[in-house]
Design a protein around this ligand. Sequence first.
Ligand code: LR7
Ligand code: MN
Length: 606
Amino acid sequence: LVYNTKNGASANYEDRNYESVGDIVHVQLADGQKEYIDKRGVHVVVGHYVGNSMDLQQSQNITKDLMNKNMFDPRPYEGKNGEPVQIPAKDFQLMQQLFQINRYNLLASDRIPLNRSLPDVRKKRCIARYSNLADLPNTSVVVVFHNEAWSTLLRTVHSVINRSPRQLLKEIILVDDDSDRDFLKRPLDDYVSKLPVPTRVLRTYRRVGLVNARLMGAKEAKGQVLTFLDAHCECTIDAHSSTYNELFIYTCNTVSGWLEPLLEAISKDRTRVVSPVIDIINDDTFSYTRSFELHWGAFNWDLHFRWLMLNGLLLQERRESAVEPFKTPAMAGGLFAMERDYFYELGAYDEQMRIWGGENLEMSFRIWQCGGSVEIAPCSHVGHIFRKSSPYTFPGGVDDVLYGNLARVALVWMDDWGKFYFKFNPQAERVKDKQQVRARLELRERLKCKSFEWYLDNVWPDHFFPKDDRFFGQIVHGSSGKCLMRPLSKGGYSQPLGFVSQQDCIAPPSLSQMFVMTKTGFVQTDESVCLDISEKESRHKPKVKLMTCNGSPGQTWFYDDKKKVLKHIASGMCLERSADDNQNPVIAHCTYNDDQNWELRTVPWK
Ligand code: LR7
Ligand code: MN
């Protein structure tokens, strides 16, 4: 999962730069991974992705024994206030081995107490907002897990207990999705039975995936609201102005923590489904970093979840009400609160979704299209460990599972844009026919849900999907027949920032050579990157570049249908092919010569 930065600059994972930026997790290719564009133009990343590049050499060495051992060994002040953990050099080898088990630094996690303190990262105005807890509904917290580490799982549980007002916390339900670690069986049952909040462990006994595990937890829940968390989270509260009793249980009713803003939104309108701001627990050092509050959740043409900058209009609105929850097109999926009865009224989850992936978009579309809203409460902050790879198996194969789930999303909720998705995503097309979606289509019918077009127009007006009234297709140079192509993204999943190139057109057309041109003149791809120019002053013929869309006039273009030129409005210059195909297209003073002759070649997508 990728975070974009405000200015679109990419961060460097190896340098850990993103910690100082504070709002990015940027994935780079690991050692041993390679990427290329295949014949069909599909961006492929090959090679086994193993957490940190540093642990590659150790990958053979983890034994079942090591995985089965609970090595939780807390030191009183380690990781306090969300500070990074330092591992002494003598333990590096063990650290590297353990890293692979959960794809985060298990040794670091195992040294941090279950009740470590965290910084208060909220806006000041968030702190004393909820004086009357009696007005808020109570909640069951549901946490599903498959082979989670003891320390991360129980730090999640303890942070919930310690930082939630007791009268609002009905119970905690853990759902063990067929883990095979001994310490997650009897020892876990025994441990949770002694906690001061009713907590139990349900078990699926066969691997059902996160959707069905959550359904199992939800079924048992008695709270008025369901609050879902991943099994490696830490909930926050103001560490300084709150008071704790001797059990370290949060009892102060005048200070609000992570939970109150979620429940308050729901108490005002039960059709609101609310996520916290998801802060970053570093997978390596376990440091806690506030993430950027003005991102919302969306997705690209491939239906991969993305954090994007709020659009200009919304940013304006936010200035007046920076502490109120704001609407988002999609949720990340792991951390959210939803009224329990509403959860069922709306069709719970698509129980045919397997293991991992897609359920977050399915639920987001369903909520929006069927009358509810998906929101982010900026006063609620919860940390989550962002990993660079998945530690567990995908029975059935990653592709079939993930693309099967995404195919279901497209078939049920996306109307014509479902066709668009299948047309350009052969992996999903391949598993499409296996999907039985009748029950979900009936649900959509029964709930009288709106169209995907309505969703795009109303929930995400500045989306980058093709619509009838905007150009979608290739930008083809007249005589050479070369296509404008986006740069390869640096990491497998990051924004494709950088210079566009001129390449042979891929057939059938590939998304990497596809652009949308909006009525307002922005030429963009699906990652919210817009055609722009660089080195505005310094060069005679600046190269053309993809930059994070910023709505500025510098990113607007005009296609002159008669003269067949693409004009950069601010400079009045024209897109020009480079004589050398290894060089990048530029803009130059308009000569209307052959070099500047471009066709906007529409690619049909329905
Ligand atoms: O088979 C499984 N059974 C499980 O119980 C697979 C997973 N799980 C559990 C797992 O132990 C974890 O607690 O399900 C939870 C989520 O799995 P992760 O942590 O591997 O997922 P993620 O954090 O990489 O992925 C995000 O997208 C997922 C898509 O299916 C889910 O919606 C996750 O909940 C979601 N996580 C978040 O939204 C946290 C913020 C990340 C972002 C952006
Ligand atoms: Mn997670």
